[in-house]
Design a protein around this ligand. Sequence first.
Ligand code: G3P
Ligand code: MG
Length: 256
Amino acid sequence: MSDPRIALPRLMAHRGLSARAPENTLAAVRAAHEVGCYWVELDVQLLGDGTPVIWHDATVNRCSDGRGTLADLDYPRARQLDAGSWFSDHFRGEPMATLREMLELINRHEMGLNLELKLNRGRSVAALTDVVVPTLLDALPAERLILSSFNDDALARAREIAPASQLALGVLFEGLNSDWRSRCEAIEAYSVHADWKRLNRRQAAAVAEAGHHLICYTANDPTAFAHQWSWGVECVISDDPGSFAGHLPDESSGRQ
Ligand code: G3P
Ligand code: MG
């Protein structure tokens, strides 16, 4: 297997710098860049009209001034939403970002992207994967991209579109069950993305031994996380990566 030559960072900003800016917005990615965090984790879904947008929830209730489900919105209506003021007045008027806008911003800053295919209940795996993967392959070099998901069907479909040398795939786990190996092998996974609170030392060693990069989400307590670095964890996804300064194994939080 030949993976893309990704220089995996120690830290990724979860949903952009979501501790300091409204999650999954252009502002959150700019904020990550401003603090020197050059990789971001973001979620992608489709609006009802098929437009891919950067959004986590099935509804717009929590992170905008609107109500309703993403699947019932078209782009013109989604664009009218204020996706910033729920976080603070400073971000009033921040729009929901389309995938295309986000990729332009990421490329402008030469940042890396861990994009999560977010399949909320009832949404189509094929519709999301088939529009997102070609867009990504067009926009970003393989060295600055990881596509991740909890959904095995989406990852399998992505792998059908692009071989392992052209697209790094990350398998998201809540807990590493007995089938983690076969799930990774089935799609020639680049990385295992594990919930740091449910991971143990034995599992971490097994992941490394199997040749997968180990990424943990979503850790916001650098002191509690400290011993996990020694298990072979390579990268942490955090809402506030800056809080890890002084807590990293090699004291390097930036581009490597
Ligand atoms: O990709 C890691 C993490 O984002 C997975 O959980 O719910 O924050 O998307 P969630
Ligand atoms: Mg996510």
